[in-house]
Design a protein around this ligand. Structure first.
Ligand code: MN
Length: 286
């Protein structure tokens, strides 16, 4: 078991705690990115939001604890999301989207996750799914909301391109969770604290649990909310640059140049927020 500190980052002016990737841990199954966003106090002058930007080679998973966002993308989707709902956008070879505020005020908090796509679908067509609710599993001392994959006997209807699981746990007490030995897992505590196999974990830390375990003892003396991520170790090392996931530097640098040149692969999207240009790739000569 490894404890990995999240690092502070800013996305569209919003402070986030980035739990994945970190120097020591790039992926957990196909999960390759995890930003805990907020909590942020939203009033008339501040709103969460990020202007049109592209993705390739990944799926975005958006899950809110508080507040609202409006998802808009180049497929024509225009979908508000609220706590308990799931937005899943599969980029394939290229898509663009924006996240806008809805005018909702109060607290905003959520988690933005990326799933690396396998070779079979990473160059494919983009797609978007909204799930107005996800299934819940009763854990005795709490519940699990199963965003993707199967957990505690409950399966999400959301698309998945590899064998993986994402479930938000709400716990108050001691539980032993059943795991798949062929999966590796990590836990990100979002609120409260939990003791995982005797080690205390709080927001801002990711616990990497590795593979091979069939159960996870966890204790939440106070109310705890945490995201459990798992999956079969990914098929290949992933390379990431800005909003792109791939297999080598050249294709990622090209994805950035294509975005800045207005290439058709990303479709079209109008937004009242400003389009975000791709930075130069950090690899000279690529
Ligand atoms: Mn995005």
């Amino acid at each position: 078991m490894e404890i990995i500190e999240s690092r502070a980052a800013t996305v569209g002016g919003l402070g986030v705690r980035r739990a994945l990737p970190t120097r020591g841990r790039r992926t957990v199954g196909a999960w390759c990115f995890a930003d805990h966003m907020g909590p942020l106090d939203v009033d008339d002058r501040t709103e969460p939001g990020i202007g049109p930007h592209p993705h390739t080679g990944l799926a975005t998973v958006t899950w809110l604890l508080d507040g609202e966002l409006l998802h808009r993308d180049s497929l024509g989707s225009e979908q508000p999301i609220r706590p308990g709902q799931l937005n899943l956008m599969t980029a394939g070879g290229g898509v663009q989207h924006a996240e806008e505020g809805t005018g909702h005020t109060g607290t905003f908090e959520g988690i933005q996750l990326w799933v690396a796509l396998p070779e079979a679908t990473r160059h494919g067509h983009p797609a978007f799914e909204h799930h107005a609710e996800v299934p819940h599993a009763d854990l005795g001392v709490g519940t699990a909301s199963v965003l993707i994959g199967e957990f505690a006997g409950v399966e999400s209807p959301a698309r998945r391109d590899t064998e993986l699981v994402g479930a938000e746990l709400r716990l108050h007490g001691r539980a032993v969770l059943e795991l798949r030995p062929d999966f590796e897992y990590a836990l990100i505590v979002l609120r409260g604290s939990a003791s995982v196999a005797g080690t205390p974990v709080e927001p801002g830390r990711l616990v990497y649990l590795g593979a091979g375990a069939s159960e996870l003892p966890i204790e939440a003396p106070n109310r705890c909310r945490a995201m459990l991520l798992g999956g079969v170790p990914f098929e290949a090392p992933v390379v990431m640059f800005w909003n792109f996931v791939g297999r080598d530097r050249a294709e990622l640098a090209q994805a950035g140049r294509d975005w800045n040149a207005g290439h058709d692969r990303y479709g079209r999207l109008g937004s009242r927020l400003a389009r975000i240009p791709a930075p130069d790739a950090p690899w000279p000569g690529v």
